[in-house]
Ligand binder design. Sequence first.
Ligand code: PMP
Length: 288
Amino acid sequence: MKIYLNGKFVDEKDAKISVFDHGLLYGDGVFEGIRAYDGVVFMLKEHIDRLYDSAKSICLDIPLTKEEMISVVLETLRVNKLRDAYIRLVVTRGVGDLGLDPRKCKEPTIFCIAIPMPPLLGEDGIRAITVSVRRLPVDVLNPAVKSLNYLNSVLAKIQANYAGVDEAFLLDDKGFVVEGTGDNIFIVKNGVLKTPPVYSSILKGITRDVVIKLANEEGIEVVEEPLTLHDIYTADELFITGTAAEIVPVFEVDGRVINNRKVGEITKKLREKFKEIRTKWGIKVNFK
Ligand code: PMP
């Protein structure tokens, strides 16, 4: 496995960064999780745009153009001969000292890892609980910034692990259900697809955007509005979306069974459409 690290491809065993890197010391950095399906990097441009927006928001100047960053991702797949992969692209503030002042970091650290990952979309649904850990308010650390600071999600995941379920749903400071630890939430109620709005405490998921687009194409009404626990418990269908998860049905939340533990009709339709487009909406790797 070859890893891209600061302008070079190095062996996995040599892909090391400093203990003085502020990405490690303070979670001071941004990242993307990206998938490739059959040699096409899914929604790559959108992921790169989000990475640069996250970086801008935290005053991190990425010393590569977006086009160069796209090449980094494509090259990482080409060098490793990977057609179906999960890609982790990370930009940290870089090496500084033990103070948190970012001015001490002269050069961002950039790395890109790709591991084999086959396309998913099985038939199984998952069980989730809502947890006591609240999602970060937008005026504290906006979840729209995909920063390396994921402790909020990690703590929620730990609670789900203790409860013996697959995923944790987080509420915001007002008590609305906003998102999972690494995924966005959708419900279907009376034929309408609903998901929390972008101004709430969520990461604006790229899979979320894709699902909304697919639903629009299918003539399914989409409403972005805050969801209560009641909305979640009484949903006709419920699913989560994310780059790693793709589209996964949720069969149970806090002991309430959704749709008799079956994949709902609208979920099914969207998953079929997703399967069709996941090798098309993206940028092709040139394996030569
Ligand atoms: N919310 C959070 C907190 C996430 O970490 C992710 C995964 N990046 C998502 C939502 C889903 O976003 P995407 O569809 O872009 O992977």
